[in-house]
Design a protein. Structure first.
Length: 724
């Protein structure tokens, strides 16, 4: 039987990964190196050349789309159906396991899978039953913590509270939640994997099923596995099965949601006879782009190591643009895209990437002004985001009391104890008297038709709207927006959302303050504060309905770098490369988080095929405040020969002492040979790693993360540091 077609069009390393006879393989697949191709051809090879029954092969992916694509490509390659083969996501395969062994799992055959909303409702009910006030014990935060514990393989009985009141209370809710799910035959998404693992680990018959059936297990995106996923994989693999883990430790960027990059190196310790195969030939990017990516990621420690290369030409230098501010940066991006289009290229082959969702606002405005169609990939336009619509609804009702939708949205964001019965009274009276909801509310209060908590919440709301109406007569639009976001409780309300979501919503609200401040500055004293506010509302409404590119239109792609993973574009603009923005300020004092930020930058760079632009701003209105952060260390980690700085540095007054950019963009290094990432020793604080710097000469200071003393800022001339 001729199976040579399976190996056709594979390079040497891909072919080796497909045909390896070692029991276990760790395939380190660099960006653009064809990892999906290797997975597909390896499964086809095992099925045809090694004559393995497809029913004995399991392939695990992270998305249903990837699973369906993999099955389709294998069937196309083999020209046969693979219905008996287990291909799916972790959750999908765990669900299949529980359906097959529901009795052993202590479930009935018709158990229900809880979605996130249903899970939240149960958590809210239990919290209320345990007298946990929503203000102090937000249900979403509790839900997030329960799921995080499950991802770490912890039942409520396994959670150690150590006398901590917060953990103790959350543990009580978790305990009751587990009981409710058992009683009602419910399984949430975290439970799918946790129960599937416990089932295989604790039931010999189930373990025998997996160990006897699956001769080969292949896992995609291995660097994104969390604790419970890794445990489940380890438990279903027998001593004689072949496990292939495909991933890239340099592209592990989801630590904030539980992914453990350590699983990649742990694999070589937990599985015997592991062959590490590196896929380093890149089919996506030019030589210059790959050299930049390699130089950047080489600054991370504890890598398993790989060096991307390509047979493509060296390509153009990477263009570096230093903007005056975020508006200048956005204008530059729009100009680049216009020029790209004028040269006969397609907008859809270009992407603007950013670290934080809030950065999209200035870019969107610039693209709208330039009539460039765009699409937010994997997210919403700035003014369509929930928290922004909530804040804007207050502005709308302040200036138009007849805007009933704005009344309902602002009334419920955040909740004020005004229930559906009260709202129904308001609607009915408004319809009966042909008046606005806000007038109907005032009338019902005056006539004592509403009482209790609802009356208190409604009265407070109406008083606030009236105060704002007076406030704007003497105060600017941006001050009014600050008042709305802070006084109404919107900031606290959205900030309580768990994980990155809450932080992102807060950043967007702070960016809204920046947006109003930028807008009002264009008017000087030509208009009153009220007129500026009304004009801003008109602008928001018009922008919201403008340039709405459908999925079939040719449009530029805007997205966070996290959303860009797995995608590629001929032209990429990587924006906002400033300290405290990228790398993010939350990561700078943690070596592990800083390295994840660097991996994120590596992912951003390797999305580019032909042209790569890097931009940063001397000043940026961030979170409602003007900031003056130095260029990102990631720029300095790219060799200067690869960079074409297309605009000379402008002289600007900034409130700190910073070295000239042409000195610092290549590498920061002191006369003592100390550079960013350098390991140093201090007589008092011990060993540490240099995280940041500021100033120059005798006033230069270094930020160092010491192993035992934590993070310190030290004046270089007095620190007497020893390089180690």
């Amino acid at each position: 039987m001729d199976v040579s077609y399976i190996l056709d069009n594979l390079n040497d390393q891909q072919r080796h990964a497909v045909t390896s006879e070692k029991q276990h393989s760790l395939v380190l697949a660099g960006a653009g190196s064809g990892k999906t191709r290797v997975l597909v051809h390896k499964i086809a090879w095992q099925s045809s050349a090694l004559q393995k029954n497809p029913a004995t092969i399991m392939a695990v992916t992270f998305t249903n789309k990837a699973a369906n694509e993999m099955r389709s490509r294998i069937e196309e390659l083999l020209q046969s159906s693979l219905m008996d083969m287990w291909v799916g996501t972790f959750h999908g395969l765990a669900h299949r396991t529980l359906k097959r062994f529901y009795k052993e799992a202590g479930l009935s055959s018709n158990f229900t899978i809880l979605d996130a909303d249903d899970q939240l409702r149960i958590v809210k009910r239990i919290s209320k039953e345990l007298n946990c006030d929503e203000a102090n014990w937000p249900a979403r935060q509790t839900q997030w913590q329960i799921n995080a514990w499950k991802d770490d393989g912890l039942r409520s009985k396994d959670v150690k509270d150590n006398g901590d009141f917060l953990t103790e209370t959350l543990k009580k809710i978790y305990t009751q939640y587990e009981k409710t799910c058992i009683d009602d035959n419910l399984v949430d998404f975290g439970e799918l994997l946790l129960k599937a693992y416990e089932l295989v680990d604790g039931n010999q018959n189930v373990k025998d099923f997996f160990h006897n059936r699956f001769q080969s297990i292949l896992v995609d995106e291995f660097q994104d596995t969390n604790t419970i996923q890794y445990k489940w994989l380890s438990s279903i693999a027998s001593d004689h099965s072949h496990v292939t883990a495909v991933g890239d430790d340099d592209q592990s960027i989801y630590g904030w949601r539980g992914a453990k990059v350590e699983n990649v190196s742990q694999f070589t310790e937990d599985f015997s006879d592991v062959e590490v195969i590196r896929l380093e030939q890149n089919y996506r990017s030019s030589g210059a782009i790959l050299e930049a990516a390699n130089s950047l990621i080489d600054n991370n420690n504890d890598r398993l190591g790989k060096n991307l290369w390509t047979e493509k030409i060296e390509g153009e230098q990477i263009v570096l643009y230093q903007a005056f501010n975020e508006q200048d940066e956005a204008r530059f991006a729009a100009e680049i895209l216009k020029d790209w289009m004028n040269k006969g290229e397609m907008y859809q082959d270009s992407a603007i990437l950013y670290r934080s969702n809030a950065q999209s606002r200035a870019i969107e405005e610039a693209l709208l002004r330039a009539n460039i169609p765009y699409r937010i990939y994997g997210g919403l336009r700035f003014y369509e985001r929930l928290e922004i619509k909530n804040a804007i609804s207050y502005l709308k009702i302040i200036f138009n009391h007849s805007d009933n939708p704005a009344f309902e949205r602002s009334m419920g964001s955040p909740p004020r104890g005004v229930g559906q019965k009260t709202l129904l009274k308001i609607r009915n009276l408004a319809k009966e008297r042909n008046i606005s909801y806000i007038k109907a509310s005032a009338m019902l209060l005056d006539e004592n038709m509403i009482g209790g908590r609802g009356a208190t919440g409604l009265r407070g709301y109406l008083d606030f709207i009236l105060r704002c109406k007076e406030f704007i007569k003497e105060n600017s639009l941006s001050h009014l927006m600050e008042e709305i976001i802070n006084v109404t409780g919107l900031k606290d309300y959205h900030g309580k959302e768990p994980g990155e979501k809450g932080k992102t919503r807060i950043e967007n609200l702070e960016e809204l303050i920046s947006a109003t401040r930028n807008y009002e500055q264009a008017f000087n004293e030509e208009k009153s504060f009220e007129e500026v506010a009304v004009a801003y509302l008109d602008m928001v409404s018009l922008d919201s309905g403008d340039m709405q590119a459908s999925e079939y239109d040719d449009a530029a792609q805007l997205m966070t770098i996290h959303s860009a993973k797995g995608l590629e574009f001929k032209l990429v603009l990587l924006t906002g490369l400033e300290e405290s923005l990228f790398p993010h300020g939350r990561s700078i004092e943690s070596q592990s988080q800083l390295e994840e930020e660097r991996r994120l930058c590596y992912v951003g760079i390797t999305r580019a095929m032909e042209k790569l632009y890097l931009t940063y701003a001397e000043s940026r209105r961030l979170h409602g405040q003007d900031t003056f952060n130095p260029p990102s260390r990631f720029i300095r980690e790219i060799p200067s020969k690869l960079i074409n700085e297309i605009r000379p540095r402008a002289e600007v007054n900034i409130p700190y002492n910073k070295k000239d950019f042409k000195e610092t963009k290549i590498s920061f290094q002191t006369n003592e040979g100390i550079s960013l990432g350098q390991k140093v020793r201090h007589k008092k604080f011990g060993d540490g790693v240099v995280l940041n710097y500021e100033g120059s000469g005798d006033s230069a200071r270094l930020q160092i993360n010491f192993e035992s003393a934590g993070t310190k800022w030290l004046v270089l001339s007095y620190a007497n540091l020893e390089v180690i």
